[in-house]
Design a protein around this ligand. Structure first.
Ligand code: PXP
Length: 238
């Protein structure tokens, strides 16, 4: 059955808005797991704008399902990942000015550095995924960089869906590129901008392994509570 990874960064974003101690992203992770998610995703950014080092230490201790750390190839962050040893690391592009991760990692242009970081993380037993746009060249480069797992950026699909554009074309691309990834022996996940309205067609893509969803779940937990928001998303994905 398709898996749901809950990205809890935005719980920490709310905490950081007041520089206080609540809400606690670790408590949110535990509640999400109790509600039936399959894994927890968090992004330790260079600027520590939401998740911080202490959150990550505690997350490693408390998460019992599967901890997926999103990270850039920054040397300091790579060191931390090698020390913490999450179950999985997903390498994402990171740009200080961005509001959220804009577009996938350019594995083609940054091949040597990405391959080196994949090697370092893999050597300490971390499974590595690359967050890429659903494009042939990026998928092939990911395979050549030594990963067996990729996550496709669904931002274009989500934008087209929201603006009433041609989201079906983007869905077809996601679907074709999932089949292509599988052909190369990769496990394919997807995420970014997925919501209660647009998630079903992506969850139905054949061989889609996992969806990683943050903003929409945390946003709707304001109305429904976090456990219910997780249960509803999981229910739609089934
Ligand atoms: N997957 C990855 C690799 C991401 O960087 C993000 C955003 O942090 C997500 C999934 C979740 O995106 P959203 O918050 O839009 O659901």
């Amino acid at each position: 059955m398709i898996r749901l990874g809950v990205n809890i960064d935005h719980v920490a974003t709310i905490r950081e808005a007041r520089k206080t101690i609540e809400p606690d992203p670790v408590v949110a992770a535990i509640e999400s797991e109790k509600a039936g998610c399959d894994g927890i995703v968090c992004h330790l950014r260079k600027d520590r704008r939401h998740i911080n080092d202490k959150d990550l230490d505690l997350m490693k201790l408390k998460v019992t399902t599967h901890l997926n750390l999103e990270m850039s190839v920054d040397p300091e962050i790579v060191e931390i990942a090698c020390r913490i040893k999450p179950d999985q690391a997903t390498i994402v592009p990171e740009n200080r000015q961005e509001v959220t991760t804009e577009g996938g990692l350019d594995v083609v242009a940054n091949f040597d550095r990405v391959k080196e970081v994949v090697g370092r993380l893999s050597a300490v037993g971390i499974r590595v995924s690359l967050f890429i746009d659903p494009e042939r060249a990026q998928i092939e480069a990911s395979k050549n960089a030594g990963v067996d797992l990729v996550e496709y950026h669904t931002g274009r699909y989500a934008e087209e869906f929201l603006s009433g554009g041609d989201h079906l074309k983007e869905l077809e691309i996601l679907s074709e590129m999932t089949a292509f990834g599988i052909e190369l022996g990769l496990t394919v996940c997807a995420g970014h901008g997925l919501t209660y309205e647009n998630v079903v067609p992506v969850a139905r893509i054949e061989d889609m392994h996992e969806l990683n969803i943050g903003h929409s779940i945390i946003a709707n937990s304001v109305y429904w509570g976090l456990p219910e928001a997780v249960r509803r998303m999981k229910g739609l994905m089934r």
